[in-house]
Design a protein around this ligand. Structure first.
Ligand code: ADP
Ligand code: MG
Length: 146
């Protein structure tokens, strides 16, 4: 990852605000990976991002379904959570590898736990890394991966 910027947030609302602002300058054909421990704030980041696209859908972790789609905003968001993925085959059955042809991607892809689909995200993407400093503070690093 080549670092672009890092920012510290104090509370989930601030993390959502960072994501909301980023969303305003993002269009279709962009892939984001979200790294960080359980409870770091990855899903809150997606929540803010989806809000920034003007979509008021409820954003929750697709822990069991693996994929949620939020359609109501300027661009659709495909939100994956690979935490419970049992094999790369399961991801392929879901059609996961078809999201990374950026020229035909009609929305924005956001992937929690990309560690579990290592090797399947073949296109350039933006990596969001969230580190817990204490209960309310997080260090968010945004970078690009070619
Ligand atoms: P993840 O998807 O990484 O497992 P969630 O977004 O589901 O994490 O949960 C993050 C938890 O951390 C929430 O309970 C949220 O209220 C809390 N939290 C506290 N401070 C922050 C912060 N600065 N940014 C994001 N979440 C925070
Ligand atoms: Mg989550």
């Amino acid at each position: 990852m080549e670092k672009i910027i890092s920012v510290e947030t104090n509370g989930p609302e601030q993390t959502m605000l960072v994501a909301e602002k980023l969303a305003k300058t993002t269009g279709k054909g962009v892939v984001f990976t979200l790294r960080g421990d359980l409870g770091a704030g990855k899903t809150h980041f997606v929540k803010g991002f989806v809000k920034g696209l003007g979509c008021d859908s409820l954003v929750t972790s697709p822990t069991f379904t693996l994929l949620n789609v939020y359609d109501g905003g300027r661009v659709p968001v495909y939100h994956f959570d690979m935490y419970r993925l049992s094999s790369l085959d399961e991801a392929k059955e879901l059609g996961f590898d078809e999201y990374f042809d950026l020229s035909s991607l009609d929305g924005i892809v956001m992937v929690e736990w990309p560690e579990n689909v290592e090797g399947l995200i073949t296109c350039p993407h933006i990596e969001i890394e969230i580190k817990k400093i204490d209960n309310e503070r997080r260090k968010i690093t945004i970078g690009s991966v070619k």
